[in-house]
Design a protein around this ligand. Sequence first.
Ligand code: UDP
Length: 243
Amino acid sequence: MEKVDVLGVKFDNVSMEEAIKICEDFLNKDKGNLIVTPNPEIVMRAKDDEEFKNIINNAELVIPDGIGIIKAGNILNTPLKERVAGYDLICNLLEKYKDGSKTFYFWGSKPEYAAEAKQKLEEKYPNIKIVGTHNGYFSDEEETSIINEIATLKPDILLAGLGAPKQEKIINKYKDKGYFKIGIGCGGSIDVLAGRVKRAPKLFIKLHLEWFYRLLKEPTRFKRMLVLPKFLKEVKTVAKKEL
Ligand code: UDP
């Protein structure tokens, strides 16, 4: 698969359709597969965390989650096909396997949210199989018992919404054990599936302003978002050097 390097993080240059096809292939394999959905914030974090960067670069699928990554690909003259948001990929997989032919486990978010997401999806898709849920706040001992539960239930698709880099590190730690086929580090997606957080309206997404909508809704994200201009500045510096 063609890779696009953005500040040391190597993205797979795939469309949404191709990403879904790759997931189908993963589900037919015996080994576990890590899917990472980096946005600029995650790329900047990976720059300062070698372990995290190596985990991402060894993941089986790395999709460009934020519009900032697409912009970076263009600036670097290595354009990516399209934005493949982790949340949209998850929705496509839920829709595709709504007949219960593949199973899901939701791990993450505040107490009750993962269970609420399960309930909402079961109302929408009566045959869907979400075999278990657990919230994302746990001690080391609890981690072992959650993993034991996942090992027993063997979901095909594990959504881990524990925040980055925790979610990717945990999936990576267990992915070779055969407990799940796909582990997706999905950030706040479980909050959205539970209906606790609203995704930006389509118009905002179309105008590439989803980040702005999130800032309006959660002004406390402002500090986190200061990393965005820094990210674009660094990308431009790399692009100039490569000219
Ligand atoms: N989260 C969690 N456990 C933690 C820290 C965070 O379950 O120890 C959850 C949090 O409740 C939220 C999600 O992780 O649902 C947020 O992750 P992140 O900020 O990386 O995602 P983004 O909002 O950028 O998609």
